[in-house]
Write a protein that binds this ligand. Structure first.
Ligand code: GLY
Length: 575
């Protein structure tokens, strides 16, 4: 059999890709997709979409009384700590991406940090093996919380209403109580034994509750009142800091007064890139979200994605192959930019990304073992939460906030009224060993004092023709990046409305485990059979849902359409 000369083969591939790139560029430059009629909630002026109607309403009321999107961000973020304690928090952290009405963009990193006493091998046992319980459950798992520093940083730079006015609605909500939904009751029941094991029966969550019950949070109201009076320093240096650090000491955790006093949120440049005629603005490291999404979309860009058809075997295959390669890079190269050198321009270079797709074969699977870099194998989680805001002035906020696992470390500070995160598990406890999502990290994400752990959170804003178009994000651990990317493609390439794009079934591939994970509902058997024929392994047992996307689309006439995910209790509020 004649062997093709590898140099000719390579040349042929480069020419082929150059040809399809130019075809695609010209094709799309001339293509104008008609705007899909909205099917979600529509408002004329402003919108907040979050995991709970109580939080969306609180954000919306702030806008209605003249506050801007940043004021609403503060109010919504804090409201989620009461309305959605599964992931909303004072004891965790997050990322915010913003776009001002005049087009200025930026991001805020209020991600947790490793305590000063942390060290590379802190979760290894005497045999040098990771002890997952230490990084996942209870006081040893907790990173220094960033949420309160985050809201005060936002307030200082962009806030227009007094902080007391922004915290007051949540204080009232804590006192009136939050009505338990069916989904919330089921979640609490799922995790009650673990919460009891960590905290005993002293917390508000120790009794079983049913839909329609009301949960009140007197201690959280008290903490928020103190923060309202004493400001940021109350949480990081005042009475709250003292209670927290003493509690941590008693429970065997690492966080001290010094850790709290040193915490700072950081303003960072966004990851910004073009996908066809869209301008995508997303979160950079220490989140992997923006760069990994950029890699996926830029690897797909040379192909005629919309002509492949929504949820066609060809479309899913192309997405999967791009995601496989992007996730392989994600874990090898990415970490906290304040600690590690990240080759951002190299791994987002168009030639590099074309090379990554050189062995893509539209007729068959590319086994992950043949893809170099990346040692990643993480599983989904639906914890974390996202909210999207557009205000009546045209400012937009995309924010994702988290405790990491469901109810974080499960450790609840009864005196202060909030759960503490288990974000330390997002570090790689030992390069090559899996974390709670099966994530096998690399050196770039090893533990060091004061370092931020790598995240997948992908709060994103998309511009079209230079104007604000989409605000989007989701929880979902490692599946966040693919869920956000698919939502954008659903609207842009496949002409779905915002609500349809959010509701559409989702799939996920992350290099390892080498399988396409499908939501069990919504994909026809014939499609899965066709992918199996091409060599793909299909998994539908991993997770009942992938992400809970909350998004906003700006329609051509300026009205706003919400996409509130029916997978949760997510809801929009606007005017
Ligand atoms: N803790 C989930 C994430 O940051 O990706």
């Amino acid at each position: 059999m004649t062997q093709t000369n590898p140099i000719f083969h390579r040349l042929y591939r480069v020419l082929f890709l150059a040809l399809i790139s130019s075809y695609s560029f010209l094709h799309y430059a001339c293509k104008t997709n008609p705007e899909a009629a909205p099917t979600g909630v529509v408002h004329n002026n402003a919108m907040v979409v979050s995991a709970r109607i109580e939080a969306s309403r609180i954000g919306m009321e702030v806008l209605k009384k003249g506050g801007n999107a940043f004021d609403a961000m503060i109010a919504t973020e804090i409201a989620l700590a009461a309305a959605y304690p599964f992931a909303g928090n004072l004891g965790g952290g997050g990322f915010m991406v913003y776009r001002m009405a005049d087009g200025q963009t930026g991001t805020l990193d209020y991600r947790e940090k490793a305590p000063l006493a942390a060290h590379r091998d802190m979760y290894l046992d005497s045999l040098g093996n990771p002890d997952p319980k230490l990084s996942r459950i209870g006081a040893t798992a907790v990173g220094v919380p960033g949420t309160i520093a985050g809201i005060f940083a936002v307030h200082e730079k962009f806030g227009s209403l007094p902080m007391e006015e922004l915290l007051a609605p949540t204080i009232a909500l804590c006192e009136q109580g939050v009505v338990v939904t069916e989904k919330q009751a089921a979640r609490l029941e799922n995790y009650r034994d673990q919460i009891l094991e960590v905290n005993g029966d002293s917390t508000v969550f120790s009794n079983s509750c049913k839909p329609g019950d009301t949960l009140r949070y007197a201690a959280l109201a008290q903490t928020l009142r103190r923060i309202s009076e004493g400001g940021r320093d109350e949480f990081y240096m005042g009475e709250t800091a003292q209670v927290l650090s003493q509690f941590m000491k008693k429970r065997g955790g690492y966080i001290t007064m010094e850790d709290l006093a040193q915490y700072e949120a950081v303003w960072r440049d966004p990851v910004t890139f073009q996908y066809r005629d869209l301008n995508v603005i997303s979160m950079g490291p220490p989140s992997s979200g923006g760069i990994t999404m950029q890699q996926i979309l830029k690897m797909m860009e040379p192909y005629d994605v919309s002509d492949m058809g929504h949820h066609s075997a060809a479309g899913i295959q192309l997405f999967t192959e791009a995601a496989r390669r992007a996730y392989a890079d994600r874990n090898y190269y990415l970490g906290d930019p304040d600690f590690v050198e990240i080759p951002v321009s190299e791994i987002t270079d168009p030639d590099y990304l074309q090379e990554r797709m050189e062995n893509y074969n539209p007729l068959k699977d590319t086994p992950s073992e043949t893809i170099s870099k990346g040692e990643i194998a993480m599983y989904e989680s639906s914890e974390t939460t996202h909210y999207s805001i557009v205000d009546q002035f045209g400012n937009a906020i995309s924010a994702t906030t988290t405790l990491n696992g469901a109810y974080g470390s499960k450790l609840y500070v009864q005196e202060l009224g909030f759960f503490l995160n288990n974000e330390m598990d997002d570090f790689s406890a030992k390069p090559g060993e899996p974390n709670m999502f099966g994530l096998i990290g690399a050196e770039a994400n090893s533990i060091a004092p004061g370092k931020r752990m790598l995240s997948s959170m992908t709060p994103t804003i998309v511009e079209k023709d230079g104007e604000l178009w989409l605000v989007v994000g989701t929880p979902g651990g490692s599946t966040i990046i693919t869920a956000v990317t698919q939502t954008i493609l659903n609207v842009y390439e496949y002409g779905l409305s915002m609500q349809q794009a959010v509701e559409a079934p989702r799939f996920h591939h992350q290099w390892l485990p080498d399988m396409i994970i499908f939501e069990p509902e919504g994909f026809p058997e014939s499609l899965k059979d066709s992918l199996i024929t091409r060599g793909y392994i299909i998994n539908q047992d991993r997770t009942p849902i992938i992400g809970k996307v909350d998004a906003i689309r700006v329609l051509k006439d300026g009205r706003l359409e919400a996409g509130a995910d029916v997978r949760g209790d997510d809801a929009a509020s606007g005017f």
